[in-house]
Design a protein around this ligand. Structure first.
Ligand SMILES: Cc1cc2nc3c(=O)[nH]c(=O)nc-3n(C[C@H](O)[C@H](O)[C@H](O)COP(=O)(O)OP(=O)(O)OC[C@H]3O[C@@H](n4cnc5c(N)ncnc54)[C@H](O)[C@@H]3O)c2cc1C
Length: 402
């Protein structure tokens, strides 16, 4: 009888818990080590595109996520100054075309669903990994408290500033994109009634774009504002700032947008950095998952989606080849790396078009989006998403892993 592999996951965020759930559902013994004293998430929203919902379906938690998520009737792209609708996508279109809806969720609610679904996984909080060695037969994690553990596989799901990645591949060299973001979360009933907030909206203008969508079944409005600026270079998601920053930055934008900013009591800002995708994800029996493997710019809303897809594939290959974990990790990387890399490059490419400054270039882009949305892109009739991301949305990791 082959011995059941033991997998240690560093990081109890969305990717780490998704991996734990996928592994335990396939009968693999799993331990999660999270540095924070409790499993927790920042107070921000996540847009879950159809491929993310299909990955959650493969994990068996689609219904639980749907119960805490919000789905607007339309996803709109609007012009920064006039407020005109550049394109409107019906929610039903996503399900019809890609086999799952597009939903938005509070990050803490998604983490709660994943954590709540775990039955056998040992989750240890307050455990900060400081060193990892990827040996040929086992991998070892050392923790800040001086303890250490060995496992058949160690998975670094420890996010954008991954210690596991650093130990395996050295420090990365992120490039500042010249763009900063602000995020806020407003109670929906604090927003003036004449502003339409039930639908997801993306406002596009010179040097910036702003996204807002409902979360927690419409109780809250998540707001993320991006702008080209070199005025801030810290890559932290939890640095607070004053509401006057977004208010001043977008002062010339449509009032249906600018009147929303003061409705959030707290604002945070961070600088956006870009990283090249890694060529390899594993060293011996240590590997990476989620942002540690493929941190990407947020413009296609795929960071969490890719982490959940990674989780499904990792669990499937480990369960399929418990006697040959080297082959399992090679398969994991073979299946996941090309798709994750395409999402990294796709997000990078989108950055430029979102922030066009010249009115003529903006007009051309807006007409293109409207035409695509209405008629589909040439040759790809089904892909009538404004950003031509049907290749991302149509993927079903459940079909990939069986
Ligand atoms: C404001 C915001 C909005 C976003 N919007 C979207 C969106 O709409 N759609 C989308 O798909 N993606 C979105 N993303 C990206 C997405 O959130 C990330 O890609 C996703 O969280 C990656 O999951 P992860 O588990 O790899 O990393 P994380 O969620 O960062 O989790 C890493 C975990 O590891 C823990 N950890 C770190 N270091 C250690 C250590 N040394 N030892 C032990 N534990 C450690 C951390 O405490 C954390 O719990 C957004 C990101 C932000 C910040």
């Amino acid at each position: 009888m082959p011995r059941t592999p033991r997998v240690a996951i560093v990081g109890g965020g969305i990717g780490g818990l998704a991996a734990a759930l996928a592994l335990e559902r396939r009968g693999v013994e799993t331990i999660v080590f999270e540095q924070a004293p409790t499993l927790s998430e920042i107070g921000a929203g996540l847009n879950l595109t159809p491929n993310a919902i299909k990955a959650l379906r493969a994990l068996g938690v689609e219904d639980q996520v749907t119960a805490v998520a919000s789905g607007s009737d339309f996803l709109n792209i609007r012009s920064w100054k006039s407020g005109r609708y550049i394109s409107r996508t019906r929610r039903g279109d996503f399900k019809e075309k890609f086999g799952a809806p597009n939903l938005s969720v509070h990050r803490a609610d998604l983490l709660g669903v994943l954590a709540g679904a775990l039955k056998t996984t040992d989750v240890r909080t307050g455990m900060r990994a400081v060193a990892i060695e990827g040996g040929a037969r086992e991998a070892m994690v050392r923790f800040a408290d001086g303890s250490a553990i060995e496992a058949d596989i160690v998975v670094g799901a420890d996010g954008i500033h991954s210690v596991v990645r650093k130990c395996l591949f050295g420090s990365d060299a992120p490039r500042f994109t010249g763009c900063i973001c602000w995020r806020g979360m407003a109670p929906a009933d604090a927003v003036p009634r004449d502003i339409a907030i039930a639908d997801g909206a993306m406002w596009m203008g010179p040097h910036g774009h702003v996204v807002h969508y409902p979360v927690r079944r419409g109780e809250l409005l998540n707001i993320v504002a991006h702008f080209d600026s070199a005025g801030w270079t810290e890559e932290s998601w939890t640095r607070e700032c004053d509401v006057s920053e977004p208010v001043t930055t977008y002062t010339r934008w449509h009032s249906d947008l600018t009147r929303i900013f003061p409705c959030s009591a707290r604002w945070y800002k961070w600088a956006l950095y870009d990283r090249d995708p890694l060529e390899k994800w594993s060293v011996g029996r240590a590997t990476l998952l989620g942002d540690s493997a493929h941190a990407m710019l947020p413009y296609l809303g795929q960071g969490a989606a890719m982490a959940i897809e990674d989780a499904c594939v990792l669990a499937a290959v480990v369960a399929k080849m418990p006697d040959d974990l080297d082959a399992a990790l090679a398969d994991y990387e073979r299946v996941r790396a090309p798709r994750a890399k395409a999402a990294v490059f796709g997000s990078r490419a989108r950055a430029k078009e979102n922030h066009l400054a010249s009115p003529w270039a903006q007009l051309k882009r807006n007409v293109k989006f409207a035409l695509r949305q209405r008629f589909g892109a040439g040759g790809r009739k089904r892909d009538n998403t404004a950003f031509q991301v049907g290749w991302l949305y149509s993927y079903d990791v459940g079909k990939e892993v069986g």
